[in-house]
Design a protein around this ligand. Structure first.
Ligand code: GLU
Length: 308
């Protein structure tokens, strides 16, 4: 064999190896869920309302003067609110809700400034004007209504449990006695375990992603929060994690607004209703949360409670 032939053969072998590696990487594991955010072309385009005015809302007026909305969200919840660390861009169902609300209030969604706010800091962020409103797996309840207002609900979740794939003992909250259970500080699931399942050893962090890391490294035995959030983590690591049992609470997701800004709350209620009617809600769901494998449910009825 001549030297040129040998070089050519070696080169050909290298190319074949390269093609095999690239193809394998592109295909991923069969049946594994997409790990990237939603496909941009599947997301709805939200027409910005022209000439929209909401002078009765101090929050809206302040944002109008500034030229854009500042919206509080989560950044570590797959399919709901996720920030791509490489680009800094946010994606997920909650992010789409924020974008459609922005368009309905007359602000181009492209101009939104998203601010990551942890569960325990939502009320303070709304009270001190750090954000105009909040869209991030935020359960509406009477206790929180004393501190903030809620538009919606726009989605109904339920508390559930995430465990390691090989876990056999934990099937539901009744099996948590003596187990280490992780949740986010300031969340309703944390409070429920504390009150209803006091034999569990509760561990709290700011975010659920830290809880999941602790679960993967055997520091805790379960993570508890809404099924919508847990399904996202399990879908990303199907060999290591699973969601067990049936949801054991109702968590209606609302858009948190500054308390007393009833004009903004009612405008968001109107906008949610309109987006559910025109198909944007469903389209947004299918391009985001729907990727975790759960088909689009019927959105819950809007609860337009009296001005407070
Ligand atoms: N929906 C629950 C809550 O608002 C849990 C999810 C969260 O912490 O954002 O507390």
């Amino acid at each position: 064999m001549s030297r040129t032939t040998r070089v050519r053969r070696a080169l050909a072998a290298l190319i074949v190896t390269f093609v095999v590696i690239v193809t394998a990487a592109a295909c991923g594991k069969e049946g594994s869920p997409p790990t990237k955010g939603p496909a941009a072309e599947k997301l709805p385009h939200y027409e910005v309302a022209q000439g929209f005015e909401l002078p009765a809302s101090p929050t809206w007026k302040r944002a109008k003067k500034r030229g854009y909305l500042t919206i509080g969200v989560k950044e570590d919840q797959p399919y709901l609110g996720e920030r791509d660390p490489a680009t800094g861009s946010y994606s997920g169902f909650d992010i789409e809700i924020a974008r459609m609300m922005s368009a309905s209030l007359g602000f181009d969604p492209k101009t939104i400034r998203f601010k990551t706010i942890a569960s325990a800091n939502r009320e303070t962020a709304l009270q001190n004007g750090q954000i105009d409103f909040y869209v991030g797996t935020y359960t509406i309840n009477d206790l929180r209504k004393k501190l903030v207002g809620f538009a919606g609900p726009y989605y109904m979740a339920g508390q559930s449990l995430l465990v390691r794939a090989d876990e056999k003992d934990i099937q539901g909250p009744q099996d948590l006695a003596g187990k280490r259970v992780c949740s986010a500080a300031g969340s309703t699931p944390y409070q429920r375990i504390k009150e209803d399942f006091p034999q569990a050893t509760l561990v709290a962090y700011d975010t659920y992603s830290v809880c999941v890391d602790n679960l993967l490294t055997y520091q805790v035995d379960a993570v508890t929060t809404d099924d919508a959030i847990l399904i996202g983590y399990a879908a990303k690591l199907p060999d290591e994690l699973k969601v067990v049992g049936k949801p054991f609470s109702e968590e209606p997701y609302g858009i948190g607004v500054p308390r007393g800004d009833n004009a903004l709350r009612f405008a968001l209620d109107d906008a949610l209703e309109a987006r559910e009617k025109n198909g944007d809600w469903k389209k947004a769901y299918e391009a985001t949360l729907g990727l975790s494998g759960v088909p689009a449910p019927q959105p819950p009825a809007i609860d337009r409670y009296p001005a407070s």
